[in-house]
Design a protein around this ligand. Structure first.
Ligand SMILES: [Zn+2]
Length: 477
């Protein structure tokens, strides 16, 4: 997003704030007159441009202005409003009994805005031609700068606004990119000038917290956390906490997140800025940090990455239907056996994800395991996924997989009473408990960035601590 430099363009002519301020003095009078004129003319003729006002004995004001268009045109303007409201500027010279007062004339060039919503198959050339603009003009605009060249990338649904003067000559073109961004190309005496225009988005900080009663999803929803942020929360802590198996009643979470507002209206939720999850009494904290290159990641307050080489859970936590014992009486084999992995009960067909980057070294039937996939990772680690209903066809033996990519689908092949995923984690061939094995973490904050990290994240860490204290106090009887 860093290619969006904030460029607020000033569309007022360069007559200066001072005059404008003076003009404001005359504004109430003007409004009265314009209103009066509209009432008088009753929409029949366009009023003249010069108005003489005698304000009192000591001053008279003469104002020349372009009056707003008749009603018919106004309603059209409402359908396709120009991106910037027209301003009627006035110039006022304060009263002086000795000499007549002369007032101002600021006339904005009368212009029309044409609005076009890009349809599929549209090209700029087609649109220009339909609006009576020449191919030559388009060529000159598009080749005027690197920014203008981007105009060529129009997409269906996008809105283009073209401003023409009274003679139908091109003044400006606005390409609306999204609710916030637009590209504006304006004819000036120095040629075409392209500006990226970004509306001022207001950031607000919101927070919520909750205690787990059933599942993270339900409790977070009850706490008012929007769905995408629940997923972010699960992703942020997904390397440390297995949200499918390790969540307990009484676990708590606190989330500080950003909300984005445009013109006082909520536009969307921004990212989680800081969060804490207390799982079975153990606290995990994550703070968002954006480095000099503009890349954002989550770190512990100490600057360690929360990302690990392995996801705790190879199945989306929302898909888990029940929990299995870790060591249990095997219902099919009829004897107690050490269970060397973790079982996730989920519906047949639920996607199974590779828990870390690696290479598939086995895919096929494997005795009681049924349909199985084994992935080889770095550092002598392999992970095994069993009882699959089917495989992800394109991921076969030898395929490289990335963390989180689907490798197969939950089933009950082999020795299994119901559909579930059996997941094993092995280090140099020895079984490790995937829920407790210490996992290698991604790179911590670089030494050179530590100072910046502290400065950027300290307020969030403090906010999180304050929130927790308040919440704890509230929770006390
Ligand atoms: Zn199992």
């Amino acid at each position: 997003m860093q290619d969006y430099k904030v460029l607020f363009t000033n569309h007022r002519s360069c007559r200066g704030k001072n005059r404008l301020r003076k003009g404001l003095l005359a504004l109430p009078i003007l409004i009265l007159f314009v209103t009066a004129i509209y009432a008088d003319f009753d929409n029949q003729t366009v009023p003249t441009e010069t108005i003489h006002i005698s304000a009192d004995s000591s001053s008279s004001i003469t104002v020349k202005l372009t009056l707003p268009p008749p009603f018919e045109e106004m309603s059209r303007a409402e359908i396709a409003p120009p991106p910037h409201p027209k301003t009627v500027e006035t110039e006022v010279i304060t009263a002086n009994t000795d000499r007549p007062i002369e007032i101002a004339e600021v006339i904005e060039e009368p212009s029309t805005w044409l609005t076009h919503t890009v349809k599929s198959g549209d090209t700029l050339a087609k649109i220009f031609s339909a609006k009576g603009l020449s191919a030559n003009l388009l060529h000159r605009i598009v080749t005027s700068s690197k920014e203008s060249a981007k105009l060529a990338r129009i997409r269906p649904g996008q809105e283009l606004r073209i401003q023409l003067d009274a003679e139908g000559e091109f003044i400006a073109l606005v390409q609306v990119i999204d609710a916030i961004h637009s590209l504006e190309i304006r004819r000036t005496t120095e040629g075409f000038i392209a500006n990226k225009v970004q509306q001022a988005v207001e950031y607000r900080t919101a927070f919520t917290s909750g205690t787990i009663t059933q599942s993270l999803f339900i409790s977070a929803k009850e706490a008012g956390l929007p769905d995408p942020l629940i997923m972010s929360l699960a992703n942020i802590f997904g390397w440390d906490i297995d949200f499918a198996l390790e969540i307990r009643q009484g676990d708590r979470f606190t989330v500080i997140y950003r909300e984005e507002y445009l013109n006082g209206k909520k536009l969307r939720n921004g990212p989680i800025l800081a969060a804490e999850f207390i799982n079975r009494g153990k606290s995990f904290q994550a703070i968002r940090y954006t480095d000099a290159a503009g890349e954002s990641n989550y770190f512990t307050p100490e600057g360690d990455s929360v990302r690990k080489a392995f996801l705790r859970s190879p199945v989306d936590f929302r898909r888990i239907s029940s929990r299995f014992q870790r060591e249990r009486y095997h219902p099919v084999l009829g004897r107690k056996r050490p269970h060397r992995g973790v079982d996730y009960a989920a519906r047949t067909g639920t996607p199974v994800k590779a828990s870390g980057d690696g290479k598939i070294i086995f895919r096929g039937r494997k005795g009681g395991y049924g349909k199985t996939v084994i992935v080889q990772h770095g550092g002598g680690i392999t992970t095994l996924y069993a009882h699959l209903n089917s495989y992800m066809l394109k991921r076969r033996v030898g395929s490289r997989v990335k963390q989180g990519q689907t490798i197969g689908f939950v089933g009950k092949t082999g020795v299994a009473t119901g559909p579930h995923l059996h997941y094993e984690f092995r280090l140099n061939g020895a079984h490790r408990n995937p829920l407790t094995v210490k996992l290698p973490a991604a790179n911590p904050i670089a030494k050179a960035m530590r100072e910046d990290f502290k400065i950027q994240t300290a307020p969030l860490t403090m906010q999180l601590a304050t929130l927790n204290r308040t919440l704890l106090a509230d929770a006390r009887p």
